[in-house]
Design a protein around this ligand. Structure first.
Ligand code: ADP
Length: 151
């Protein structure tokens, strides 16, 4: 059974996240969307809301599950028998950041492989950070979040 974890804050889930997950689906038996908790971060949406949005997007998709976790992603992977971590790459800045994390994870847990998906060019400008900024000023984010998510 090939189980992958797609870890992130998903504050909120965007069309960019959705695309990575849908593209990864044929490669794995199960994809667990892991909503990480980091006490140093201030979140815009509560964990419940972030989880609810993700569930709406993948309703009826039996291979996708949503879980919350805290602590190291590699420890969460071990707990649920996942041997792959999925991440998306938009820019060279993402690459540098992700490379360091993937190499640290590789060092800590060599049995867990990080798999990168290069962003669809039509979605590479989308980030949860900018979506939150638009929301702060009451802007319309419907083009950036999955259709099922009505904010
Ligand atoms: P984190 O807080 O760990 O950065 P995010 O929820 O912001 O979590 O992102 C989770 C993953 O999704 C990261 O690998 C990020 O690079 C990727 N990602 C975010 N937005 C996009 C996008 N528009 N296209 C492709 N990948 C994306």
């Amino acid at each position: 059974m090939k189980i992958a974890v797609f870890p992130g804050s998903f504050d909120p889930i965007t069309r960019g996240h959705e695309s990575i997950i849908r593209r990864a689906l044929p490669l794995f038996d199960e994809i667990i969307i892991g909503i990480g908790y980091n006490s140093n971060k201030n979140y815009y949406f509560s964990q419940e809301r972030r989880e609810h949005f993700i569930r709406l997007v993948f309703e009826g998709e039996g291979k996708v599950k949503v879980m919350r976790y805290s602590g190291l992603t590699v420890n969460f992977c071990k707990e649920i028998n996942a041997t792959y971590i999925l991440r998306g790459l938009r820019t060279s800045a993402d690459y540098e950041f992700e490379r360091a994390i993937a190499q640290m994870n590789q060092n800590m847990a060599p049995e867990i492989e990080t798999v990168f998906f290069v962003s669809d060019p039509a979605l590479s400008h989308i980030s949860s950070t900018i979506v939150r900024d638009i929301l702060l000023f009451n802007g319309d984010v419907s083009k950036f979040v999955p259709g099922a998510v009505k904010i």
